[in-house]
Design a binder for this molecule. Structure first.
Ligand SMILES: [Zn+2]
Length: 875
């Protein structure tokens, strides 16, 4: 939640670099690994395997006596070259092989390492049923990125080494085993089956994979290349619904990247308890099975389609063109994320793509303002996985869009194609992208990279406009608010960009069918404050700053209500309309409410209606209620959801009366139902003096929990979130606690764990103790998502004990993402404890005053509106 009252505008961002961060480099290279062959025998019941790993190494020079491989917690049994045993030392992290004979440059050596692994902690995961989850499938799957392959085989585990690979694996006969490349042989041996896979195109160790399970195989194809979907057998119907556009996407990306899909097959395997959304292993992507959609979920879920596009795009950006070092991971993650935009544009049109891009930018802005600011490219960190954040993905995507904007569509595509073609089957750094861009277009994009890639931040513009009717001049003043006057070094925070400014003229009243006319000027904006004067024949109806909104920026529009209203109604760019809505809401007043209500009803693009619903509720006038209610019948479930959310934010009993029957009746969309359940809880919580209302709400949410199981437990999770808002209710807490116990479906349980933190802040000391106790128990579970939920929960608490649990979780977890989150959470809890309780009281008082003011103003606006309509129009 944003705290508008106590925000202090400041330049200081938290540091990305946590204590212990240091520069990271690729290691020296003893030679080129040309081939990796793993031969494994899985013992699934005992969660172990026996294997040999054969590495073909071509030494780069003569005289190397020791090779150092990454290998964590493996049981190394022997190391041989030919038939000769080699001496080795092993400390559980690195395997040092003392070569019998020193290397001779370019004389290939074949290292054969015999080893075993029992209960691997990372890298390779055994999934099996247990007493709490007896229906869990038996599966084995791997996750290498970023540096976890070393947990399941010894290797030079960094992306700078590319090799061909082979995996031969023996599994119980009933299971399928899927891996990179071609299946070159299968063999049945008693109760077991051997699958032999071969990947003939070179790739890094982190993309080697294996997935084993009792999967259904659904076959599709693209130009004769098999496209395969693997899911648990009872999810067969969901497979095509969720991944069925893959061949179309392969066609699109092959074309767009100017390089035909490079591998002999494309498989997607949906696995249980996956610790990422998806992983682009070469030719064999693994996806979380939570992405599988049932029919109802397809109504308003586009995440799965985006996930499929993202991982597929990596087959080019990441797998074919490989990053040399994690510090340059934005090249692949930025492009895979931008590919979601490209696919959206191609498949759903420009408006959808623009809105998709805006939401990506917002994700980045949120990290930038609430967590830290960093350059996209940096090699200073504790663990590489820390880099996998919103800067890498979403800001990276926005940078690709900036490049496209600077070059234009045609040259951008040409440059991207040059980059892919020149670097296929090679490793790259950011400089290689710059060089390809220059080679293909002649343009030096270093200035852009300097501003957006090699340093943190983005421009934060404030734009003001006025019209001088006498001289027919439009005056536009642009400020770069991210660069503060007081900051002596602020020059370095300025951006130097060319920005198109459009003056819009709405269609003639006589021929409303004609298009909006624009007069556009492009100006260079590079100072802290600049004023421009534009001669125009006629006063424009509205101003479109950064026409089409291609620049990654935030912007405050300081225009008069008339211009904002006209922009909201007529600007053809949906993002401009959204900015206009936001500025209108900031202005407030009845006129703004009317314009926004009109847009919520009439804007033809659902994304604008969603944003308008969010803005409308920010105007503190009672009249917004009516405007919002009209949106409840919107055809698009995404709009209905936003409207429900806003009505809940109003927190009035009128909203409650409107939403309650809707939850009873149900909605075609899971997400809308979830929002209704959460919203009712939220409203009831603010009327805690009304015992009846609270009891009635808990009863209703309880029945939702009983009756509305379904896809990924979305609706029931909504009910839990609703309960979590009722912070002083012990009944609500007891219900939530019940749903945190083992055996509860995972998605619902994770929401319940998070909800414990939310509800904690209103509970009695005894109940806070109960919550802490449960969270402490839960913090001992090793599953990644459980740990993330525990951290998120503790982070919301306001007690030193929460910090202690977070600290021990940070110390014990094997996941770098959890470690980082836990440490950030400790800082946040500390911050909150520091500001207790005087600030809290002040905040409550302010809330009260605001509410009283709102009532007064609402009455005043109504009176004024009435008196206005009776006056003659002055023209
Ligand atoms: Zn990715």
């Amino acid at each position: 939640m944003l705290n508008f009252y106590f925000d202090t505008e400041t330049d200081s961002h938290k540091s990305f670099e946590l204590p212990g961060a240091r520069p990271h480099y690729n290691p020296d290279r003893p030679g080129q690994v040309e081939h990796i062959f793993l031969d494994l025998v899985l013992d699934i019941p005992n969660q172990s395997f026996q294997g040999t790993c054969t590495l073909h190494l071509n030494p780069v020079r003569s005289g190397i006596e020791t090779l150092t491989l990454d290998a964590i917690n493996l049981d190394i049994q022997a190391v041989k070259i030919e038939e000769n045993q080699q001496e080795f030392e092993y400390d559980g992290e690195q395997l040092q092989i003392h070569l019998h004979q020193p290397t001779v440059a370019n004389q290939l050596i074949k290292l054969v390492i015999t080893y075993a692994v029992t209960h691997p902690q990372r890298g390779l995961y055994f999934i099996s049923p247990n007493k709490d989850y007896p229906n869990k499938p038996i599966q084995v799957w791997t996750q290498g990125e970023d540096e976890d392959s070393r947990f399941w085989f010894p290797c030079f585990d960094y992306p700078g080494q590319l090799a061909t690979s082979e995996i031969r694996v023996q599994v119980p006969k009933q299971y399928l085993a899927i891996s990179n490349g071609d299946l070159i042989q299968t063999e049945t041996k008693g109760k077991t089956k051997i699958y032999h896979w071969s990947q003939k195109q070179i790739h890094p160790t982190y993309l080697m994979t294996l997935a084993v399970g009792d999967f259904a195989e659904i076959k599709d194809e693209w130009k004769g290349i098999p496209v395969l979907y693997y899911v648990e057998k009872n999810r067969k119907d969901d497979a095509l619904r969720s991944m069925g556009k893959t061949p179309q996407m392969i066609e699109f990306f092959s074309e767009y990247f100017g390089y035909s899909y490079p591998y002999p097959k494309y498989a997607q395997v949906c696995v249980d308890d996956f610790i990422f959304g998806g992983m682009e292993n070469t030719s064999t992507t693994l996806l979380t099975d939570r992405c599988l959609l049932d029919e109802r979920a397809t109504l308003d879920n586009r995440n799965t389609e985006s996930l499929v596009a993202h991982e597929l795009a990596h087959q080019w950006f990441g797998d074919l063109v490989v990053i040399k070092h994690w510090s340059h991971a934005w090249i692949k993650e930025g492009m895979a994320t931008y590919s979601e935009v490209l696919w959206t544009e191609q498949h759903y049109g420009k408006e959808e793509a623009a809105y998709y891009r805006l939401n990506q930018a917002k994700n980045y802005f949120s990290e930038d303002s609430s967590r830290y600011r960093r350059p996209i490219v940096t090699h200073i960190y504790r663990e590489a996985i820390e880099l996998y954040d919103r800067h890498l993905y979403e800001k990276g995507a926005c940078v690709y869009h900036l490049i496209r904007t600077e070059l234009g569509d045609e040259l951008f595509q040409k440059a991207i194609q040059t980059f892919v073609q020149d670097n296929a089957h090679k490793t790259v750094e950011t400089i290689d992208l710059l060089r390809a861009l220059e080679k293909a277009t002649g343009c030096n994009l270093m200035p852009l990279f300097d501003q957006y890639v090699f340093r943190g931040g983005h421009p934060e513009y404030k734009v003001s406009y006025s019209w001088d009717n006498h001289s027919k001049l439009a005056k536009i003043t642009i400020k770069q608010n991210q660069a503060k006057e007081s900051d002596k070094l602020s020059e370095k925070n300025l951006f130097d960009l060319k920005i198109p400014i459009g003056f819009g003229y709405k269609p003639d009243k006589k021929s409303p069918e004609t298009a909006v006319k624009f007069k556009t000027f492009t100006v260079r904006v590079h100072e802290r404050e600049q004023t421009f004067y534009f001669p125009l024949e006629e006063k424009p109806n509205f101003i479109s700053f950064d026409v089409n909104n291609n620049i990654l920026k935030t912007v405050k529009l300081d225009y008069a209500v008339a211009e904002l209203k006209a922009q909201l109604q007529y600007d053809p760019d949906p993002i401009s309309r959204i900015y206009a809505a936001k500025s209108l809401a900031q202005k407030g007043g009845l006129e703004a409410v009317r314009a926004l209500s009109h847009a919520l009803k009439n804007d033809k693009f659902w994304g604008v209606r969603v944003e308008v619903a969010k803005q409308l509720v920010r105007v503190k006038l009672n009249q917004v209620f009516e405007g919002l209610v009209a949106g409840l019948t919107d055809d698009d479930p995404r709009v209905r959801r936003a409207v429900v959310h806003s009505l809940a934010t109003l927190k009035t009993t009128e909203s409650y009366q409107v939403l309650k029957p809707l939850l009873e009746k149900g909605d075609p969309s899971y997400l809308v139902e979830a929002a209704l359940a959460t919203g009712l809880g939220e409203i009831a919580a603010t009327h805690c003096e009304d015992k009846h209302l609270v009891e009635q709400t808990i009863k209703q949410l309880k029945s939702v929990l009983k009756e509305r199981e379904g896809w990924n437990e979305v609706v029931r999770s909504g009910a839990i979130s609703g309960l979590s808002k009722m912070k002083i209710s012990e009944d609500a807490l007891n219900l939530i606690l019940k749903y945190t116990t083992p055996g509860i479906p995972q998605a619902l349980r994770l929401t319940s764990i998070r909800a414990l933190g939310t509800i904690s802040t209103g509970q009695t000391p005894t109940n806070i103790e109960r919550i802490l106790q449960r969270l402490e128990e839960l913090s001992n579970e090793t599953f990644f998502l459980t740990q993330v939920a525990v951290v998120a929960s503790l982070e919301q608490m306001e007690t030193p004990k929460a910090m202690a649990i977070l600290q021990s979780l940070a110390d014990q977890t094997l996941d770098g993402r959890v470690r980082r989150r836990a440490e950030e959470a400790i800082q946040n809890v500390q911050g909150k404890i520091g500001s207790e309780p005087a600030l809290k009281k002040l905040r409550e008082e302010l809330d009260k005053i605001k509410k009283e003011n709102q009532e007064l103003r609402s009455r005043l606006e109504t009176l004024e509106a009435k008196s206005k309509t009776t006056k003659p129009d002055k023209g």
